[in-house]
Design a protein around this ligand. Structure first.
Ligand SMILES: *[C@@H]1O[C@H](CO)[C@@H](O)[C@H](O)[C@H]1NC(C)=O
Ligand SMILES: *[C@@H]1O[C@H](CO)[C@@H](O)[C@H](O)[C@H]1NC(C)=O
Ligand SMILES: *[C@@H]1O[C@H](CO)[C@@H](O)[C@H](O)[C@H]1NC(C)=O
Length: 797
């Protein structure tokens, strides 16, 4: 920049003064006188006396004086001495500025006579000003890639002094890039120029601060400084560079969309647009582009969608950073998806056997496969089943398990198992999957039918309807299906005499028992047989039970009077002496009943009598006794009708007619029975009636026996006016009566008495009667003490 020099007012006046002088045609006659600027007031410039060629005195007589231009009196004349003195300090820069030489014109005026002398004063410069830079700082922009030797002109410094006191030289503070060159123009002005000596690098040193010093030529030289700020201007000489060439990042799968994966960052040393970076995915696959989102400005990479470890566990992505100048850098993102336990274990059933047969030792029930797509512990699984199961889980091969039975199963114990297979992974949180399988146990015929009772006792009344349902047997079988289907049957009879097949039948399906015909208690009081229950298994299993049928008595037999015989052609006549005391035992009605129990409990009563009040009948034992003393007035012949009733329902009865003949004489206390001659007896047909009343007294005593023995030997006679007592030959029902004090019947037995004299098998001897009795009077009667009889006993408790 040029510095403009402005002349001040005073200089202009001086100039005008000189113009006036030259117009007057005056020339410089004195001088020039030379003074240095800034001399003190009173300093001697010259002595004019000699220069004017005058006498000293003339100076004052002629009135010499100094005329200066302008209103400033630079000079002063001492007329006494003729010395020309400095009147005030002269400042060359003020008087002449840059003009050199600096000449001041003045006149010496003589009044008497008038005479004017032109004179010149030359003011010489001293170095009283320093160089000054117009700016305190000079800004210089230089491209960083400027070639060496490039010259950068700078503004020069100004110095009011002139000549060698003006700026002569420039210097630059020490630096490695520039030196300064002082360049002189044709007008002699010196200008500084910077010369690039070493290449600039903005990225290394974006600016330099140098001090430029201007030196003038004074002695000593004065100087002035300014700051030079050199801004190194960027060029795109740097490509963006990532902070890391490889970014290794892990991200949990299922991270939400928008999650920050990583922020990549590149730097570009260049400034401005050359340093402005735009990020972008580079050569990204479609999958990567769909998964990751890159903010072009910030380099933030976020999830565009959820990542799934099981689908893509790993991404490798290149990222490019491009600056405004088109230069680019690249980095690689290695994104590892971290598994999260987000998958439940899966189970696949490969084989399942159900039902499985019972009683089989260890066998494989199921084979299944377990999988978990997660990795690490998240994918490790544990399989288990309930503890209370007779099953066992065994790993068999990778991820395969078999479910086996621990032991043989029993269908009858449990026929179905719900096995819950639980598969748990080891991840956090633990995830589990359950699978329920139902294992059924199939039946094997391992259980025989079982009767509810081992023996059955069936009570029935006799005289039943044929085909009457008399009871049921029942068996169960723990097996199932046909293995539990039961068929009932009658088992072959063990007693060959029992015509079982004609007595009972069984319903094969339900075990109901039927009586095939009417049962007769008197013929068959009880019988036993076995029933079988057989299942339909293969092989079939069976079991048996005992059935005992007890026939209950019905009152179907009327009392039967054994004595006296009723339909004998010659009825017996009882003889009673007239002298008999009251209560004389006339006779005893003996009756039996084919039934048993109460049905056979007999009672006796007098139904009719020729002479009422004379005879009485003992209700319990059928004894006929006299009720009072007899007298002569009583008729000889008496006829008594005795009714015998049983205690059954309905009540049945029989009547018997007794013939009593009163005879003169006394009663005999004892009537010995005549000895029976065996030889006599052999040829005789004997009829023996035996009734035994048996009383049970205690357990210590077996029994006491009351035997009433009535032996009547009645032989058919050729002249039987009174008749013959007889009993039909063959089997006659017998009856044993217990006359306990209570009158109840506690025990009884049935007996059949076969009375046949001369039988070869005589086993019992008759006992004497213990009750005195008169022998009945029969025609040609014979009373025998009997010898033998033939009988059959059957006890029934
Ligand atoms: C087994 O599961 C089935 C179906 O849930 C159910 O009907 C059955 O009663 C279960 N059996 C057992 C023995 O728990
Ligand atoms: C399996 O059985 C268990 C126990 O009976 C029951 O709690 C569970 O809900 C069942 N699971 C399935 C998947 O049926
Ligand atoms: C007696 O009567 C019974 C039936 O009451 C008969 O069976 C029997 O033959 C008769 N006896 C005589 C001797 O008439």
């Amino acid at each position: 920049m040029e510095i403009e020099w402005l002349p001040n007012q005073r200089q202009r006046q001086v100039l005008l003064f000189f113009v006036l002088l030259s117009l007057s045609g005056a020339g410089a006659e004195l001088g020039p006188y030379v003074v240095v600027e800034e001399m003190e007031k009173g300093s001697l410039v010259a002595n004019l006396v000699k220069d004017l060629g005058l006498e000293l005195a003339e100076m004052s007589t002629r009135g010499a004086q100094i005329i200066s231009q302008g209103n400033k009196e630079y000079l002063q004349l001492k007329v006494q001495t003729g010395d020309l003195l400095i009147n005030e300090k002269l400042d060359r820069e003020e008087l002449c500025g840059p003009t050199e030489p600096c000449i001041l014109n003045f006149q010496v005026l003589m009044e008497k006579p008038l005479e004017i002398f032109q004179a010149e004063l030359k003011v010489k410069d001293i170095n009283d000003h320093s160089p000054v830079f117009p700016e305190r700082e000079i800004l210089l922009k230089i491209l960083e890639n400027s070639p060496l030797g490039n010259v950068f002109p700078l503004n020069n410094a100004l110095d009011l002094d002139v000549g060698s006191n003006n700026v002569q030289n420039y210097q630059i503070s020490p630096n490695s890039h520039f030196r300064v060159l002082t360049y002189e123009r044709s007008n002699g002005k010196k200008y500084p120029q910077l010369v690039l000596e070493k290449e600039l690098d903005r990225e290394e040193e974006p600016e330099l601060r140098l001090t430029l010093t201007a030196l003038d030529g004074g002695s000593p030289p004065l100087s002035g400084t300014t700051q030079v700020l050199i801004e190194v201007v960027d060029i795109n000489d740097n490509a963006p560079e990532f902070q890391q060439p490889i970014y290794k990042v892990q991200i949990p799968e299922n991270s939400p969309v928008g999650s920050l994966v990583v922020t990549v960052s590149a730097t570009d040393l260049d400034g401005g647009v050359y340093g402005k970076i735009i990020y972008m995915l580079f050569q990204a696959s479609e999958d990567v582009s769909k998964t990751l989102e890159l903010n072009p400005m910030t380099g933030e990479i976020r999830l565009r969608k959820q990542v799934d470890f099981e689908t893509v566990p790993f991404y490798e992505v290149d990222i490019k950073a491009t600056d405004g100048g088109g230069l680019w850098g690249k980095c690689t993102l290695l994104l590892q998806v971290v598994d999260v336990n987000d998958n439940h274990p899966a189970v696949t059933m490969n084989a399942l056997t159900s039902p499985i047969p019972e009683n089989s030792p260890e066998m494989v029930v199921a084979v299944f496969r377990v999988s978990d797509p997660d990795s690490g512990n998240n994918g490790k699984t544990i399989s288990s089943i309930q503890e209370d199961m007779p099953f066992l889980l065994k790993p068999s091969g990778k991820n395969f398990y078999t479910l086996k039975t621990k032991r043989a199963l029993d269908r009858e114990e449990r026929e179905e198992y719900n096995v819950t297979i639980t598969i748990t992974d080891m991840g956090t949180p633990r995830l589990k999957t359950q699978l329920n399988i139902t294992v059924q146990v199939s039946d094997i015929n391992d259980n025989a039918p079982a009767f509810r009772e081992t023996s059955y006792t069936l009570l029935v009344h006799e005289n039943n309807q044929p085909a009457l349902h008399i009871g049921s047997v029942s068996a169960t079988d723990k097996d199932s299906g046909t293995n539990a289907q039961i068929t009932y049957s009658l088992l072959p009879n063990q007693d060959p005499n029992l015509p079982l097949a004609s007595l009972v039948s069984i319903n094969a399906d339900n075990g109901q028992l039927f009586a095939l015909r009417a049962l007769d208690f008197e013929a068959l009081q009880a019988f036993e047989f076995h029933v079988g229950a057989t299942d339909q298994g293969s092989p079939a299993l069976s079991s048996q039970a005992l059935v005992r049928v007890v026939v209950l008595d019905d009152n179907d037999n009327p009392p039967f009077v054994l004595y006296p015989m009723q339909n004998a052609s010659a009825p017996c006549t009882e003889l009673v002496p007239r002298a008999a005391e009251q209560g004389y035992l006339v006779t005893k009605v003996v009756a039996v009943d084919g039934d048993s129990g109460q049905n056979a409990w007999l009672s006796y009563q007098l139904l009719k009598a020729t002479e009422p009040g004379l005879f009485g009948v003992w209700a319990h034992n059928g004894e006929v006794r006299t009720a009072r003393l007899l007298s002569e007035r009583d008729a000889a012949r008496h006829r008594l009708v005795v009714l015998v009733k049983d205690n059954g329902e309905p009540q049945l009865s029989a009547s018997v007619t007794l013939h009593v003949l009163l005879v003169d004489g006394f009663s005999q206390p004892y009537l010995p029975l005549p000895e029976v001659a065996p030889e006599r007896a052999q040829g005789d047909s004997l009829t023996v009636y035996l009734v035994i009343a048996l009383a049970s007294v205690s357990s210590l005593f077996l029994f006491s026996v009351l035997v009433f023995l009535a032996v009547r030997l009645c032989r058919r006679s050729r002249a039987a006016s009174l008749g013959v007592c007889s009993v039909p030959e063959g089997h006659v029902p017998g009856h044993l009566v217990d006359v306990a004090s209570t009158g109840t019947l506690s025990q009884s037995y049935q007996q059949e008495v076969c009375l046949k004299g001369g039988s070869a098998t005589r086993e019992f001897k008759f006992l004497k009667p213990i009750i005195p009795i008169l022998p009945p009077q029969c025609p040609e009667k014979e009373i025998e003490e009997n010898s033998f009889f033939h009988n059959t006993f059957g006890f029934n408790y």
